[in-house]
Structures are given as C-alpha cells and as structure tokens.
Design a binder for this molecule. Structure first.
Ligand SMILES: [Zn+2]
Length: 656
C-alpha cells in the first residue's frame, strides 16, 4: 500500500476530532441539531488549520444517510459519508477557486445549481481559496445566493475573508478559525507518533509544533519529511527537525542576546560568522530572531507563563532569562531593529552585512539614553554642569518623562542646572572621558531609528511649544522678513524637524559643499539669507538650484555658479527673484551686493543637503530663525536632525 501523508491519513472525520476549533464545531453541531442550516458558509483563517476539513465534515453531516435528516456528527459509514471522504460524491463538488476563478466556471456552477441533487439531501459546493474568485464571478454567484434553491449550500474557505465582497459575506455565516494552540499541536503530534509507532524526542515535537506556527498541516508535513529521511525505527531528534526547517536552536538566539547584553560587538560578529559558515540564511535567521524577541517582549510584559507565548518549556525558560536581562523598552527597541533588518534583507544584496549591521545596532542601542532623560536635564547652555557625577547606568531606573509644558520655560530662562548633564551620564555609560564637547559635536552611538523618531517628534513638539509661548508675549507685527533685531526670540514659527541619516554617517557621507576656501567668509551667511528668502517666497526650486552650487564673493559681486545651463538660468531666475535675491544679500551683508548667477558649476558638488543647513542662517527668514533656536540646534547636534519644513505661524496669522 502506498504511503499516505500523515496530514491526510489523520484528517479528522468528525467534528469531535477537530482540534483547536471548538468554537466552530460546537456552533455547527448545534445548528444542525436545530435544523437551522444556512445556504452560505465562509470559513476563514490561516492555511492548514482545518477549514476544508470542517467544510467536508459539515458536508458529510448534512448529507449523512444514517437518519432521515442531517446528522450533527456524521456516521462515517453510510454511502454519502464514505463517498464524501473519498472525494467522489456526486453532490459535493469541491472547486479550487485559485484555478477556477473565472465567470465561466461560476456560470456553469449556477446552471448546475438549478438542478436537484442526484441522490443526496443537498448539493454542496466547497469553494477553496474563495478570495481568488473574480468580481464578475462573485456577481454571478451573488444571484444564486440572493435566492438560493433550497437544496443548495455554498461553503467558502479562504485565508482573506476581507477580499470577499460584502454583498456575499452578508449572505453567509462567517466562521473565523483560530490558529491551533501550541499545546494542542504538540498533543496531536504525540498521539499520531504513538499511533504510527514512531519514536520522537519531546524536543523534536516542540520544534515541529513551533515550525508549524499554528498550522497542524504544516507540522505534520515536516514530520512526514523527518520520518522519510530517517532510518526505520530510528528516533526523530530535535536536531534533525531543525536541520529540515533550517531553524537555529533557541540556545543560539539566547547566547546572541547575551552578547548584546554584554555590548560585545566582537562576540555577535563571531556568532554571525559561525551561522553563515554553517549555511544559515540571514533572512531566515532574522525571522527567528524576530520571533524570539517578540516572545521576550511578551515574557517581559506578561510573564513567561503567559498564554501569549506558544512555545516549548525549554524556550520559555530561555526567553525568560533574556527578558530578565533587559528593560521592556530595550527589548521593544531590539524587536524594532530586528524587524527593520528583516525588511532590509528582503531587497538588499549583501544580506550578511545587513544582518551584521542590524545586530550591531542592537549592541549600540544598549548604550543609548532615552530622550526623556536628556530632555529632563538642562541641555541648553549647561556648560557649568561638568560635574563628575555619574547617572545610574541601569536601564530600568530611568527618569520619567518631563511634562512637556515645562520645557519651553526651561529653555527660555537661563540655565540653572541641578541635575547631572545628560552628556555626562551618557559618557559615563560609555566609559568615555568627560571633555566638554557640548558644541563640538559629540558623535554618539545614537544610530537607532525609533528613538530618533521619538526624538524628532519631541523636538517638533518642543519647538511648537516655544512658538506658542513666544507668540503669547510678543506682538505679531514682525513679519517673516523682519529684521535681525527681532530675532531670535520673537518668532512665531512651528518647526517640523525631521531626521536625516544618523549623525555619524551624515558627517561622513554628505558632501560638504564649501565655496572656495579663500573666499569671503560671508558667503555662508549670504547663502543662508538668500536661500531663506527664496524659500519663504515659495521659490523652492530656485532655492534648491542655488543652494547646491558654488558661491563666491568678490567685493560687491556675489557669484553663484550653478550646474544648470544659461538658458535654464534665464528661465528660472526672473526679474522678481533677482530683485529679491539682491535685497536679501544686501540686507544680510549690510552693504550693497550684486548677485550674479552663472552657468558652469561642478555637478559633483550638488546636492549639498544637510551639510551646511546646520550652520546658521543669521537673519531674515523663518527658516533661519528656526535654525537659530537653541532647542533646534541642540536636536540637530544630538541627533543629526535636519530642518525640512518651517511653517511661519506669524505670517499665517496675519493672513487670517
Ligand atoms: Zn453517514
């Protein structure tokens, strides 16, 4: 007799044999008992959790001939039951919608549905992968469902119920299947192994169940493979199953996280090297790491015996040990990094390097300070707080976030630092020397993006708060082109600060466009004023063009050498912008300046991007005023943030 795969051999034949879907089987049995039979059923849920199995059992139950009415539990012996089980019943038609999704098939089905069943009580259509049916075909089907002949029943199995039109769904009873619980799968696998007289290690069963990921069928098909690859009567080991599914043991994942905990970049790189050498795919590995970290987060939040963890006892213990090592926010940060790394690997070439980068980010993230801690200290002008105090390095004893509303006050008033400087504690954590480098650019290990975006969001919030506070006590007379005297504290702007690349890389990568080094030092200042004025006037394209070019100042002549052709310059640099640019430059320099835009710039110099944006734009525009704000500067300094959009609330208010 030919070998029958386990999933088919042990396919449940009765409602009571189905595991993990009690909520469905109970309802269906009751419905049959009460003779309340619907004309359409939708069974939805992940693959391999028993949707078509239950559809068949329901078909058997409806057509079972043991009694003269549908039987709540099919007898399994009558002609109808055996034929349906074998897939040969005339009146139970299974259609794979993935291949028969067109309108013709459904029309045919509609035609056939008009006729009474050949022998059985009901004519039953089981549509597998029903979400694949085309809209036109669904419309055709809808006609039948609207006025169904009494002998017709449709059962639709689908992994994506939301793709089934609402008009169809509302005419069907919808059953949503659950993923089969880990323990249920383990139990079932053990029972089957016993029945088959196959020896399986307990660990191996756990790995099988994990690999099944809620799907009984998947777990069984891996077990099939393990049996096939094994010598007769040999025991199936966990190692063997891992080899089949290509998973690493949770022991390796635990030791990886231990190395991260120790901040040992060297250890993690060695571990990755070992895995890659063994032929482990980076993609697959990260997937397992994501799973492991997710479980660690759950263990941290809900405890290791939580029902949310569908894992073996052994892994539960490992996950708990890892969870105990880190704070919840660290773990979520790791999970975030792992997920991003997973995304990255999907379309990147050098998978190994991305994997290494991702894991190193975790090591670095370990050393990060939460933004709340930074903001709760006094960042601006805290030059006096170079005390040698060290903040508690423990990740779990971090300071609570400060009230947002208190921030502007603190920023606006002169510094009165009482707590240790955040930089101090940052350095203390990293074991660095405490050289004052507030404005010198501390290249921190802040490469992790989630914290960065929180930082940015907070920066924006802080800036907004400042704006509101300022707007309250200054008159609104100063427009956005107000003179430098009114700056820096009278602006009513909202600043949206968005993050650029992480700071260290920005510094290395971004081409710093400097004008001729021997040129007047004032070009940066002029550039700031001119670009700012153009941007404020909505001349973004022109601003961009000039910004990414070479500037030089000789006497009263400011020459801007752009990449674009002379024709292009004529087209975009009209009389109005010319006047504006001259005025802005003149005002900024405090003496008459003539601006000339000429062709012939170096294309490699462009685009300049954030390199000089961080430098001050001393007067005039809202952008320059925003750039001058100490809080914004601080954010740029600390996180490599870049100012993208500045909305001038003052000029807005005036328009209103
Ligand atoms: Zn029967």
């Amino acid at each position: 007799m030919s070998y029958q795969v386990l999933a088919r051999k042990y396919r449940p034949q009765k409602f009571s044999e189905v595991i993990g879907q009690d909520h469905v089987t109970r309802t269906l049995k009751n419905a049959i008992e009460q003779q309340r039979i619907a004309h359409g059923y939708i069974f939805s849920g992940h693959r391999g959790i028993g949707k078509t199995t239950i559809a068949r059992i329901l078909a058997m139950a409806l057509n079972c001939r043991k009694n003269d009415r549908p039987n709540p539990e099919p007898c399994g012996e009558c002609e109808s039951c055996t034929e349906i089980r074998a897939g040969g019943a005339v009146d139970v038609i299974e259609i794979d919608a993935a291949t028969n999704r067109g309108i013709d098939e459904i029309r045919e089905l509609r035609e056939a549905a008009r006729y009474r069943p050949a022998r059985d009580r009901y004519k039953i259509y089981i549509l597998d992968e029903a979400h694949q049916i085309t809209d036109a075909a669904f419309n055709a089907l809808l006609k039948t469902l609207e006025e169904p002949p009494p002998h017709i029943i449709f059962m639709m199995a689908t992994t994506q119920p939301e793709d089934i039109p609402q008009t169809i769904r509302s005419r069907c009873q919808h059953f949503s299947f659950h993923a089969v619980r880990f323990d249920d799968i383990v139990g079932q696998l053990k029972a089957i192994a016993k029945h088959e007289k196959i020896a399986v290690e307990d660990d191996a069963v756990a790995v099988l169940a994990e690999a099944g990921d809620g799907s009984m069928r998947d777990a069984l098909s891996i077990m099939d493979q393990a049996i096939a690859g094994n010598a007769v009567s040999a025991t199936i080991t966990a190692e063997q199953v891992r080899g089949l599914v290509g998973s690493v043991s949770s022991e390796i994942l635990e030791s990886l996280m231990n190395s991260v905990g120790k901040s040992s970049s060297q250890e993690v790189l060695q571990l990755i090297d070992k895995l890659v050498t063994e032929g482990q795919s980076p993609m697959h590995f990260v997937k397992q790491l994501v799973r492991f970290l997710r479980n660690a987060v759950v263990a941290r939040v809900a405890g290791a015996d939580s029902q949310l963890l569908q894992i073996s006892q052994d892994e539960r213990a490992r996950v708990q040990r890892v969870a105990n090592q880190f704070a919840e926010e660290d773990l979520t940060r790791f999970l975030n990094i792992a997920l991003r790394t997973h995304d990255d690997l999907g379309y990147k070439q050098e998978q190994r390097f991305h994997l290494e980068l991702g894991i190193l980010k975790m090591v670095h993230a370990q050393r990060m300070l939460p933004l709340e801690e930074l903001l709760s200290q006094q960042p601006i002008g805290s030059g006096g707080s170079r005390s040698t105090q060290t903040a508690a390095p423990s990740t779990s004893t971090r300071a609570a976030a400060p009230e947002r509303t208190s921030v502007p006050e603190r920023v606006a008033s002169p510094s009165t630092p009482s707590a240790p400087s955040p930089f101090e504690s940052d350095r203390a954590r990293k074991g660095r020397s405490s050289v004052p480098e507030m404005s010198g650019g501390v290249v921190t290990a802040l490469t992790e993006s989630s914290a960065k975006s929180t930082a940015i969001a907070t920066a924006a919030a802080v800036a907004t708060a400042i704006a509101i506070a300022d707007a309250a006590d200054t008159n609104k007379q100063g427009s956005h082109v107000s003179s430098a005297e009114s700056a820096p504290r009278t602006w009513g702007t909202r600043t949206d600060v968005e993050n650029a690349e992480a700071k260290p890389s920005t510094r290395q990568i971004a081409p710093i466009v400097e004008s001729d080094p021997s040129a007047d030092v004032g070009t940066d200042q002029l550039r700031g004023a001119v670009i700012g004025a153009l941007e404020d006037a909505g001349q973004g394209m022109l601003a961009n063009m000039l910004d990414s070019s070479e500037w030089s100042l000789e006497g009263a002549d400011l020459t801007i050498k752009v990449v674009q052709s002379a024709v292009m310059i004529d087209m975009s640099f009209g009389a109005e912008p010319k006047k504006m640019v001259n005025a802005a430059a003149t005002k900024s320099a405090g003496r008459p300046i003539r601006v000339k835009v000429v062709s012939g710039g170096n294309p490699n110099a462009a685009p300049s991007q954030p390199a000089h944006r961080g430098t001050s734009r001393p007067s005039g525009s809202a952008r320059s005023r925003a750039a001058e704000d100490p809080m914004v500067k601080y954010m740029q300094e600390k996180f490599g943030a870049e100012i993208r959009t500045v909305i001038d609330q003052q000029s807005k208010d005036q328009k209103d």
